[in-house]
Design a protein around this ligand. Sequence first.
Ligand SMILES: Cc1cc2nc3c(=O)[nH]c(=O)nc-3n(C[C@H](O)[C@H](O)[C@H](O)COP(=O)(O)OP(=O)(O)OC[C@H]3O[C@@H](n4cnc5c(N)ncnc54)[C@H](O)[C@@H]3O)c2cc1C
Length: 405
Amino acid sequence: MSPSQPPVIVVGAGPVGLLCALELARRQVPVIVLEAEPGTTLDLRAGTFHPPTLEMLQPEGVAEAMLEVGLKVRHWQSRDREYGLIALWDLDLLRHDTPYPFRLHLEQHRLTPILLKKLQAYDHAQVLFGHEFIELTQDSERVRAVARHAQGQVEIEGSYLVGADGGRSAVRKSAGIEFDGYTWPERYTVVSTSFDFEPLGYADNAYISDPQQWLAFFRMPDAGPPGLWRMTMPVTDELSDEEVLAPAFAHRAINRIIGAADGSTYPIVHQSVYRVHQRVAQRFRVGRVLLAGDSAHVNNPLGGFGLNSGIHDAVNLGEKLARVMQGSASTDLLDLYHRQRHTVAMEYVQTLSVKNKKNLEEKDLPTRLARFEELRQTAADPVKARAYLLMSSMINSIARANAIT
Ligand SMILES: Cc1cc2nc3c(=O)[nH]c(=O)nc-3n(C[C@H](O)[C@H](O)[C@H](O)COP(=O)(O)OP(=O)(O)OC[C@H]3O[C@@H](n4cnc5c(N)ncnc54)[C@H](O)[C@@H]3O)c2cc1C
């Protein structure tokens, strides 16, 4: 790498931006991360990590640090509100496929400080908080980013720029990249409670189908055992955000799940409501600008593919961009990044997250019953169950990306 080569600019110090920067820094590539917020953000978002994601987080000891505080989830359930437990999935069936045959539950906001600390250990990595990216220009040699900070504006020159600035990505807009797809009509709400669902037979992760209101259940580590139970469910437009965020909504939801009388109340720790989209950027590369994570693709949370696939982008891109920066590969390698990760975003993440949603909300009883039977038969047969888990735990998506050359 020539000493006069400017750094790679990464916009966004979310998990994807920080990891992409770390992948570059550990290969001696200088990086500057621009983050609009004054520090890493705290909002409650992703929380489940699949086996291949943990494998990718191994080299710098990030997976090890996560394992110290996260919750290992070996079993997860397919359930139905009316019919109860349909299938129990044992991730240990993947023990010959991965060193991490489980899901790891850990709050996203506890991953970013781990990544930040690892990144800041490199002298050639700089993280500028309070720097909001505004716009970019590029030519055949360089890319220039304008950022706003408390004292005014600054222009930073880079060799390449990675947009990891989330679903509303200003980088994507400034580069003129279309974000194709749609927004679901219903909002999703998340409720966290210390009420313990384990004695009622719930595994630490469960997906519960229901024609009126499906549920996704996750026990999260929080500050330590016994942790908190987090539920995600859809809400229709009849309720305002205010009504959904009222504790009474959460109490009613829990009463309905456990079949308790109306009026019973529970300790509610957190509630949020948000809109859900299925969108993929048309290009993950335009010249010297690359997109990764939510800036490149967004999807509903059913299956836990959003952040996991963003991490897969960050690792794929970090390795390729480092080789291009070091002169050991041509820029064509960056088009391969687009082909691999765009294909997986479309064929795998979009397709499977939409299918998961449709299965959970299916209204036709014969179709529901036929699906239950298929799930039962699959879970009861170790060969079929392993094939199912290779798909749901994203191992197949990595193989699919690697097969594209
Ligand atoms: C409620 C909820 C639950 C979810 N659950 C799961 C789950 O269980 N499993 C899963 O895999 N995924 C889940 N997701 C999705 C997951 O949270 C996202 O995929 C993930 O946050 C993407 O990471 P990112 O780094 O690409 O973007 P973000 O986390 O959005 O980070 C982007 C960063 O860029 C910064 N930024 C934005 N604009 C600018 C700018 N102009 N200049 C500088 N900085 C900027 C932001 O402040 C932020 O720090 C969930 C999402 C939500 C909302």
